[in-house]
Design a binder for this molecule. Structure first.
Ligand code: G6P
Length: 611
């Protein structure tokens, strides 16, 4: 979703901003722009398209100045075009502003301002905000800071903003409600961004702005205040824990392929220090102090969006199987508005790679309001969900840049398994099964490496099916969420319509779609083997093209399948970790074959910070 970067210091501002915007490209966007302050002169350049298009514009018309703001826009209000791109200037050109989020009461503010004679040039809610700031600036003859505060106190919605004012050059204001912002502290220079990736090559010292906070940043100092009360807030300076190499492609053609291959170590990272190799004891420091409340839970609700929701579904199967507690899996966007019974004996687990997904965050807040214990399974250290949940387990997968989530998924499933195992160990139930899963954990890494060796074979299969218009993914039990995730990966990056279904449910609808043009991917494991073999026959009888992904060696596959991909066998609780990898590769190679932009698929955003 929208990316924000800001800079004050001696470096060439446009270079820092453009580089920062490139680092934020992964979030997903459709236009880009920057504004610089040179003396007291504000300039803006922006366009529809990519940061490279903006760079070309700047080469023709360079901007100077030792402070500036830059933005990548993911359209919400108004088409993706040059005019709606950020930054937006106020009518008199005194203020320039970039914004991530949605101003929900923009329409009434716009009408109010129009009645006062303010003319708008764009369709955006963002322009409404910058005009609103100018309105207070003129009306109250206030300072830059007071004008921003007055406007923000009256807007409803979500924002992460950066504003500059030509009447007070050398000063920049950052404010946050609902959309993350981090401040990077350099040596006589400051950076602001919507996440740490544009900052880490300059400094590891970071201040996270919290909800309802505003930072006034000048060349030599910064001050953070609470927007509503105007109190100074003392902020901790934290160290970012990832390196530049981690956010670069490292020789791979795409981040997605790099991240698929990183699973050879990320699943292991998610287990490091958490499974005692001698005793088999599970140790999760982030939830240790809450264990008595966790085991006291009468129900578990796991809430998430997108790929994380699929991991959540697998987590629900494992927790129900190992712990015997009822588990519901809720789309965060639905859960936040539904009247689901939640009380202090409910454990709400929020799964989120970014830790910033607006709906998941809202679901966490609702669960807390109702007295539930909240537990975050998050990748990005210091993200809002990580900080707002009472306890949690980081997945430690490292930065995930490809919009389509891959390594985060397998690490989320890993951690959900560990949580189930820990609860079962604490309750001393299902100990035989617990031991079996723990034993398999120790073999998992090798099996993932084996699975990754299938890459070339899958590339070949991808060539055969790259021109398909539809795809069906079918699995039973633990393979059903794998089917959902396989289908999601394909549609996200190749734009092929794909659906995942429980294999037996196929006959209640999708079977009508099957003909000689329909590729159907089956996930076959020991669990329910004979049943799924019947489902394969049903597709074969209707001339569907069959791809079998299986951990069971069976000589008969060749009789009715077009391709067989043999994967290592593992415990069914962990099988989704292995079986999803070939599906990630299949989606990847099909998308490459179709010439799609794999890392930045159209319309999608990495971190969805609006509802
Ligand atoms: C977006 C991303 C998906 C991701 C989902 C949830 O839609 O494109 O890859 O699964 O958000 O994100 P989260 O960060 O909460 O896991």
């Amino acid at each position: 979703m929208c990316g924000i970067v800001g800079y004050i210091g001696d470096r060439k501002t446009t270079d820092v901003l453009l580089k920062g915007l490139q680092r934020l490209e992964y979030r997903g966007y459709d236009s880009a722009g920057i504004s610089t302050m040179d003396g007291d002169k504000l300039s803006v350049i922006k366009c529809k398209g990519k940061v490279s298009d903006l760079t070309t514009l700047l080469e023709k018309e360079p901007l100077n100045g030792n402070m500036g703001i830059g933005h990548t826009r993911w359209a919400t209000h108004g088409f993706p075009n040059d005019i709606n791109a950020h930054p937006h200037l106020s009518s008199t050109g005194i203020f320039t502003l970039i914004h991530n989020g949605i101003i929900e009461n923009y329409y009434s503010i716009r009408k109010f301002l129009e009645e006062k004679g303010v003319a708008f040039t764009s369709e955006t809610d963002t322009e409404v905000l910058v005009q609103f700031i100018e309105y207070y600036y003129k009306k109250n003859k206030s300072s830059f800071e007071e004008a921003v505060r007055s406007a923000l106190k009256r807007v409803i919605g979500a924002y992460g903003i950066l504003v500059m004012c030509s009447d007070e050059p050398g000063k920049m204001i950052a404010a946050r409600l609902g959309s993350p912002l981090v401040l990077g502290l350099g040596n006589n220079e400051y950076f602001v961004a919507s996440d740490a990736s544009p900052i880490i090559e300059y400094t590891k010292n970071i201040v996270y702005l919290d909800e309802g906070e505003m930072a006034v940043i000048s060349r030599n100092s910064y001050e953070v205040r609470n927007i509503s009360e105007n109190h100074i807030v003392d902020k901790d300076v934290e160290k970012v824990d990832f390196s530049l190499e981690q956010i670069e492609k490292g020789g791979y053609p795409h981040f997605m392929l790099k991240e698929i291959f990183e699973q050879a170590s990320t699943v292991c990272e998610a287990s490091r220090g958490r499974i005692d190799s001698n005793s088999g004891e599970i140790k999760l420091g982030g939830i240790r102090d809450y264990l008595s409340r966790i085991i006291d839970a009468k129900q578990v609700i796991i809430t998430a969006c997108g790929t994380s929701w699929h991991a959540a579904l697998i987590g629900s199967f494992v927790i129900e199987e190992l712990v015997n507690i009822p588990v519901k899996v809720e789309y965060a966007s639905e859960f936040r508005y539904r009247d689901t019974p939640v009380d202090h004996r409910t454990l709400v687990i929020a799964v989120s790679q970014s830790g910033e997904t607006a709906d998941t965050l809202a679901a966490v807040r609702k669960a807390k309001e109702r007295g539930a214990l909240t537990l975050g399974i998050v990748n990005v250290v210091g993200s809002t969900i990580a900080r707002e949940t009472e306890c949690g387990v980081y997945i430690h997968a490292g930065p995930e840049i490809g919009v389509a989530s891959t390594k985060a998924f397998t690490s989320q499933v890993t951690v959900l398994n560990q949580i189930a195992l820990l609860i079962a160990q604490t309750l001393k139930i299902n100990q035989v099964k617990v031991k079996e899963v723990i034993k398999e954990f120790s073999l998992l890494n090798e099996k993932i490496q084996e699975t990754l060796k299938l890459s070339d074979k899958i590339k070949g299969i991808a060539k055969d099916f790259a021109h398909a218009n539809n795809f069906l993914y079918l699995g039973r039990g633990y393979q059903f969420p794998v089917a959902l995730e396989g289908a999601l990966k394909l549609k996200e990056i190749s734009y092929i319509h794909a659906e995942g279904y429980p294999a037996a449910e196929m006959k209640h609808g999708p079977i009508a779609l099957i003909d000689e043009n329909m590729p159907v991917v089956f996930m076959v494991t020991k669990q329910g083997f004979l049943k799924i073999m019947s489902n394969i026959q049903e597709v074969f009888a209707r001339r569907g093209k069959i791809i079998i992904l299986t951990s069971v060696d069976d000589a008969s596959y060749g009789d009715y399948s077009n391709h067989v991909v043999q994967v290592p066998d593992t415990h069914h609780c962990l099988s989704s970790i292995i079986n999803t990898i070939p599906l990630q590769l299949l989606a990847y190679y099909i998308a490459v074959e179709r010439g799609c932009n794999v890392d930045q698929p159209r319309n999608l955003a990495k971190s969805v910070t609006v509802e």
